[in-house]
Design a protein around this ligand. Sequence first.
Ligand code: GTP
Ligand code: K
Ligand code: MG
Length: 441
Amino acid sequence: MSDVAAYPTIVALSSGSGRAGVAVIRISGSRVRFVLETIAGGIPAPRHAVLRQLRDEAGEVIDTGLVLYFPAPASFSGEDIAEFQVHGARAVIARLLNVLTHLPGVRLAEPGEFTRRAFEAGKLDLAAVEGLADLIDSETEWQRRQALRQMTGTLGKQAAAWRSRLIEAMALLAADIDFSDEGDVSGPLVDEALAIAAGIAAELREALGSFAMGERVREGFVVVLAGPPNAGKSSLLNALARRDVAIVSAMAGTTRDAIEVRLDLAGLPVTLVDTAGLRESTEAIEAEGVRRALDLVARADLVLKLRAIDSPPDRFASIQKTLCIATKADLASDLASQALPGEIAVSSRTGAGLDNLLASIIAELGALSQPEPALLTRERHRVAVSDAVLALERAIDARHGQVELLAEEVRLAVTALERLVGRIDVEDVLDQLFSGFCIGK
Ligand SMILES: Nc1nc2c(ncn2[C@@H]2O[C@H](COP(=O)(O)OP(=O)(O)OP(=O)(O)O)[C@@H](O)[C@H]2O)c(=O)[nH]1
Ligand SMILES: [K+]
Ligand SMILES: [Mg+2]
């Protein structure tokens, strides 16, 4: 990493942009010590914050701030890193970045470039990098917990453990190949290797079981409000969002476009979608609204099917997970007698039943049955783990066949797990991942 041309020293604003009390500017690479001497008047003791005047080439003070130095290799990127904590004014940030990038061998960082260097230095595996990206994007408690677990290496360590047990199985198979006579294919070594393979296949299948939840927590659950016109869908959206998002009126067919709000339901990220009332319509725009509503219903993780408590239930059936809701409960003199069995009675007007509805949504989304954050959170993880399971299943099926073929299947499973943590085939994944990173991370 001493090659300045190949690894220019990179600098970026690592805190959020815009006016703030404090801004953090970070710099990583082989020129860090030179930069510190040039603009901070010296190199602070490692990992100790010191107050310094930061000066430009002409010696004029840019700002006063805290300076930190993290020497290689015990830094985030594995390179020398310095951090400047300065006043979070646009002018200070602009001037400091300008001065820094005019020093020889220093340039602005690309999105995710600090993290890419950390990955290249072996500080983080691919799953941990993904976890870091998710942590930066996290908006709710479930997202934070899941991302933190992945960033701290839970998936990476698990994949490494699976891999080393499979390598043990491969060694047993290799020993069997070396020592067994022709024709004597299913010796005790093979049995032992296959027992390992079967155990790991079971653990991989269990991990796959958590994928759906992991992916939904990352991307957010889609919950769609559906029902006939005037069922009170937009009113319920507004009540759950606690703000006036959608137009409410006594006119049937008010909502046409789908209206989305992002909610944090007890830590679960949920996109709640209001839709056009479902009815046959000859009016082109409303008909298009209904078509979109049905499309959204088909793609929802959960459908809230509404009917006004004073109207009869309709025929509209959904194949999705559905919660049936009787709205306008304030219009019913006796709730229990008018809400059908299994229906949740709510009133957007009085707020009655909303807590009960939220609890039911959270339960329906599966949050109660999965207290631990999911291990697998991305399609990439699902594909790698599925490939490993399939290879192990083929190995187990071939238990009476040639040991060489069986060993090849176990090797394929090992390869799939190596893809999972980024030991191989990482470039495309990294490029895609880092393009979504913010600059300064
Ligand atoms: N009494 C009472 N009226 C309600 C309640 N919720 C909605 N309404 C009324 O029902 C009417 C329709 O409400 P909306 O929220 O616009 O119904 P919608 O299902 O979105 O209707 P469309 O968008 O036309 O399909 C309005 O006049 C609301 O004021 C409620 O909880 N209690
Ligand atoms: K309406
Ligand atoms: Mg509406």
